[in-house]
Write a protein that binds this ligand. Sequence first.
Ligand code: ISE
Length: 338
Amino acid sequence: MTQEELRVGVVGAGRMGADHVDRLAHHILRARVSAVVDVDPLRAAEVAQTAPAAESFTALQEMLDADAVDAVVLATPGFLHEEALLRLIHAGIPTLCEKPLTPDPESSMRVMEAEAVSGRQLIQVGFMRRFDAGYRQLKAVINSGEYGELLMLHLQHRNPSTPPGFTNEMIINDSVVHEFDAVRFFTGSEIDSVQVRVGRTTSLAAPGLQDPQQVVIQTSSGLLADVEIFCSAQFGYQVRTQAVFERGVVAVGEAGELEVTADGRRGTAVDAGFVSRFRDAYDVEVQAWVDAVHQGRIAGPSAWDGYATAACCAAGVASQGGDGIVSVELAARPEFYG
Ligand code: ISE
C-alpha cells in the first residue's frame, strides 16, 4: 500500500455499492477502486467499468486470492455479512461494513470475537449519520450543556416507499437501526429497553406491512426517545431529530438548503432518498475511513456499535411480536473496544 493510494475493493454492486464505487473513484483522495465483486458477473463488470482500472470478480475469496485490495467496502445485504467479515478479518483486511454489521446479536458477537483474536480493530460500521454536519452540531450542543440537560429525543424517519420484499422486521433491522445508533451517539449511553407499537396502517403500504410504527427507547441514563418510522410516506425521504433540553429545543434535518417561493407557495425541496440526503455524510465518512486505514486504525463506529444496535433490533422485533417493553440484553463491553 502506498500512502497516496489505498486499493479498495467494493463488495456488492447494488445501489449502495455502485454509489460507493462512484464516490471512491471520483471524490475521495488517497484511494482508488481496484476491484468490484458481485455474484452477477455482468453487474460486477458494468460497475467496475465506472472506475478506472478496476477488476471485476464474482466472489470475495477470488478477489482476496488475487491480492487485489488493501481494504474493502462491504455493501452486500446484511445476511451475507458474517461470512464475508470472518474471511476479511482472517485476511487482515480493514473493512467499512455497511449497516447492519450482521442481522442478529449472536452473529455480531462472533464477528467481534474474531476481530479481537486478530488483535486489531479492522471493522468500521457504516452508520453514516454520525458524519452528517447537522448530527455533529447537535452532538456538540448536547455535550456543551448550553441549554441544560438533554431530556428527550423525538425522531422521525420517513421513506417514500419500500423495496420489494420489505417486511415488518426489516422496518426495525433496516431502518430503525439508524435511530438506535443515533440515540446511542447523541446520549453516549447504551439502550436499556425498546417498545414497538402499531396503530393505524396506511392503505398505501405493501401488503402485510404495518406502517407507520412507533418505537419508544429508554437509555441506561434514563432518557426517553420516540421514533416515528414510516416507510411508505409517498412524498419523499425525511429524517429529523428534535432534542428537548431543560432550556430549549434544537432540531436537525428540518429544512433543505433552497427555499423556493413560486405559484402561490413557499417551501423547500424534500430529498428523494437517503443517498442524496446523506451524500455529504457518506463522502466525509469514506474519506475519514480511508485516512484512518492509512494510519492502521478506524475512524468511526466499531463492531461493538454494530453488536449493540443488533441487540436493540432483536428487542424491537420481539416487541413487534407482542412482547411489550423488551429489555436489551447486552454482553459486557470487551476491553478491546475501549
Ligand atoms: C436504508 O437501508 C438505509 O440505510 C437508509 O439510511 C434508511 O433511512 C432507510 O430507512 C433504509 O431502508
